[in-house]
Design a protein around this ligand. Structure first.
Ligand code: 6GU
Length: 236
């Protein structure tokens, strides 16, 4: 998968790709990642990327030209004539597990990170193909959301996780939250690990784990169980 992030703050993005799961995925050529500095697509002395908004009002708006020029360059490098351009924005479609799996199946994705008051509407109208929100709150810019989206979707690319099993067993793949996990020591400050986990009865342990996941989901996120049964009905 080819991933490009076009941003006025490339230094916010780069560190993530030199660490941990992101780094391994790049090293193994599972993802081909690049960050482009939006200012490299300006042509004036001051490398200006924003300007006051027409009609008046506070806040600067990101200018269209750098994004259109970046888009031209994407087109030159791209195998497709209609590259996927993701705009992280609180006005977008909300990211969830299913949407993240869908995005992980694309060959190429490009993120246009917005800031300030927003992006000139012509970028959104003529270039952007997906507007995605990561939740109902406002962040300063599109960089963190882009990283959140990338993190969530590359976990679905086979081989990216050290142990792909762990993605398959994650919360939300089966609409259940994760249950409790324990490691050594067996007893800490008087708090004990449940006996069943030390029993060696694999079948009983699996049943116990499943029960814990169902109970936790009921307590905290009952609507997930409802979604699960609806999905099962749809499959029948
Ligand atoms: Cl995708 N962008 C910004 N700036 N704020 C957000 C968001 C995205 N999702 C939730 N809040």
């Amino acid at each position: 998968m080819k991933i490009r992030v076009i941003t006025a703050f490339p230094e916010m993005i780069k560190p993530y790709f030199s660490e941990s799961m992101f780094k391994k995925a790049c090293e193994q050529d599972l993802i081909d990642f690049s960050v482009w500095d939006l200012r490299d697509f300006t042509r004036d002395k001051h490398r200006q990327i924003d300007d006051a908004q027409y009609g008046g009002g506070a806040g600067m708006v990101l200018k269209p030209e750098p994004f259109f020029r970046a888009y031209d360059q994407i087109l030159e490098q791209s195998r497709t004539e209609e590259p996927n351009i993701i705009l992280p924005t609180p006005q977008g479609k909300k990211l969830n597990h299913d949407y993240s799996v869908e995005l992980s199946q694309l060959d190429e994705i490009n993120f246009f990170c917005g800031h300030y008051k927003g992006i000139d509407e012509r970028v959104r109208e003529y270039l952007v193909t997906h507007e995605i929100s990561i939740g109902d709150y406002v962040l300063t810019g599109g960089e963190l959301p882009a990283l959140v989206i990338i993190d969530s979707l590359i976990r679905h690319i086979p081989q990216v996780l050290h142990d792909y099993q762990s993605a398959q067993g994650d919360s939300f793949t089966d609409h259940l939250l994760e249950g409790p996990v324990y490691t050594r020591p067996r007893e800490y400050r008087g708090h004990k690990v449940p006996d069943i986990l030390l029993s060696g009865h694999h079948k009983n342990i699996e049943e116990w784990r499943e029960k814990k996941r169902i109970n936790r989901t009921k307590e905290r996120r009952e609507e997930l169980l409802k979604n699960k049964s609806e999905n099962h009905l749809a499959e029948d």
